[in-house]
Design a protein around this ligand. Structure first.
Ligand code: PFF
Length: 442
């Protein structure tokens, strides 16, 4: 039998940075800060950490285990371990990748545009009107296409030469920039009010289902879970890797960047007394309030604004690579296409699916809601049942490279009972809200 050669990461650092690159993105800087602002500050952060630890990390380890074990793209990996009955779950993963990247790239297109604006002219006082003009229509579509073109070009370059190399360069830069802006923000007047707003806890909200629902959706979105992205990345790993350690590093880095991004965003907003505008819309904090702040800060604002939006842009890019890779690797495995063709065809279809989001931020918001509150939660729910109950010997798979770890039974118990029950309840109770948001479009 011919041995199929599969691409591999060059080593641990390449894989970890690519996986962290997938996790760290618009979710950490855009979604995390507005959800925290809307949902009770530190109360939301606490719930988010709890859901990440209890539900997110076990599912992340499950994705790593299936991916590395099968060394195949998501659909084939599930069929490999479970037979054809599990094909629909793989198909759901690929469909989620399609949908998420289609609107994610529209938002990334805004960050591309804002980076250029900061570079060539700086931000003026009319940030809100400007955002209204560029957020939708041909402008938005053009930058969405530009962003998709970059994503396609890198994914077409391959796992090591495209995705890994990009992550190796941009991720360390992104950490430095985010930490640097957060440190700069300490020096601003009003920083204290920003921290207070961010970290002050409205414990009443801890009991709200809505907040729990949002925190869970965010935990999955932020860790890139529930749609096979981490599974796909792990399929390029060898069996020596210690999967539990990799999960902890990825989860820790993802939370770290989100948390520090909050330390960067809120003081900037409060330094200029713009707090009332934060919670107004899902896009408000980043694309309206912050540019207004940068515009009022003169030259310093222009420099900080530029590095801020470039950081957002590269964060979005490394996440988009993983979204596209799910679809591309599936097309390669399913149709035997060369990588270049798979990247072009999948990328073009996704770019087209971005049209509704590029013309309406309401539609974009609904897509985001469907993806997070339904698709990712469903994907993670079914995957945890698969690994918990149906996959033959997941304990042997996960133990390879991690001999001596004694708590795998705990992992399996979480996957068997806790994760499916919690996610099942959240999914069902959350459905009415999702329907209402879809109906509001009509
Ligand atoms: N984790 C990314 C973020 O926080 O921006 C978004 C994402 C990437 C979600 C890849 C899902 C995914 F498969």
């Amino acid at each position: 039998m011919a041995i199929q050669r599969r691409e591999q990461w060059s080593g641990r650092l390449g894989f970890v940075l690519a996986a962290v690159g997938s996790a760290v993105g618009l979710g950490n800087m855009w979604r995390f800060s507005y959800l925290t602002a809307e949902n009770g500050g530190a109360a939301f952060v606490l719930l988010y950490v709890a859901m990440t630890a209890l539900i997110g990390l076990p599912v992340l380890l499950a994705e790593f285990t299936v991916g590395r074990g099968a060394r195949k793209s998501p659909i084939q990996a599930l069929v490999h371990f479970g037979g054809t009955a599990w094909r629909p779950l793989g198909a759901l993963f690929v469909a989620s990748g399609f949908l998420i990247l289609s609107y994610y790239s529209v938002i990334a297109g805004w960050t591309l545009r804002y980076s250029l604006v900061a570079l060539v002219q700086g931000f003026g006082p009319q940030a809100a009107e400007r955002f209204g003009e560029v957020a939708t229509g041909w402008d938005a579509f053009g930058f969405h296409l530009g962003f998709m073109a970059i994503t396609i070009a890198i994914v077409a370059g391959g796992v090591r030469k495209g995705i890994e190399r990009t992550a190796l360069i941009v991720m360390p830069t992104l950490f430095v920039v985010v930490a640097g802006i957060a440190l700069y923000a300490v020096t601003l007047d009003g920083a204290a009010a920003g921290y207070r707003y961010y970290l002050q806890t409205d414990f009443g909200k801890l009991l709200s289902f809505e907040v729990l629902h949002q925190a869970t959706g965010q935990a999955f979105f932020s860790l890139s879970l529930g749609m096979g992205a981490m599974l796909t990345f792990a399929s390029y790993l060898s069996r020596e890797h210690h999967l539990p350690n990799e999960s902890l590093v990825v989860g820790g880095a993802d939370f770290g960047v989100a948390f520090v991004a909050g330390l960067m965003v809120f003081p900037l907003i409060f330094a200029l007394g713009l707090s009332q505008e934060v919670g107004e819309s899902t896009v408000g904090a980043l694309f309206i309030t912050l540019p207004t702040a940068f515009g009022e800060m003169g030259m310093a604002g222009r420099v900080v604004g530029f590095v801020f939006f470039v950081a957002l842009l590269v964060g979005a890019l490394t996440s988009a690579l993983s979204l596209l890779e799910v679809v591309v690797s599936s097309a390669i495995d399913a149709f035997g296409w060369p990588r270049m063709r798979a990247a072009l065809v999948a990328g073009a279809l996704i770019a087209l699916l971005g049209v509704p989001s590029a013309w309406s931020t309401d539609i974009l918001g609904v897509f985001d809601g469907i993806a997070n509150n339904v698709l990712l939660i469903t994907g993670a729910l079914v995957l945890s049942i698969f690994v918990g109950w149906f996959m033959p010997d997941p304990m042997a798979e996960v133990s390879a490279g991690a001999e001596g770890v004694r708590w795998f039974f705990l992992w399996r118990t979480l996957l068997r009972f806790v994760v499916p029950i919690v996610l099942g309840v959240i999914l069902v109770l959350g459905l009415p809200d999702t329907f209402v948001s879809i109906a509001s479009l009509f």
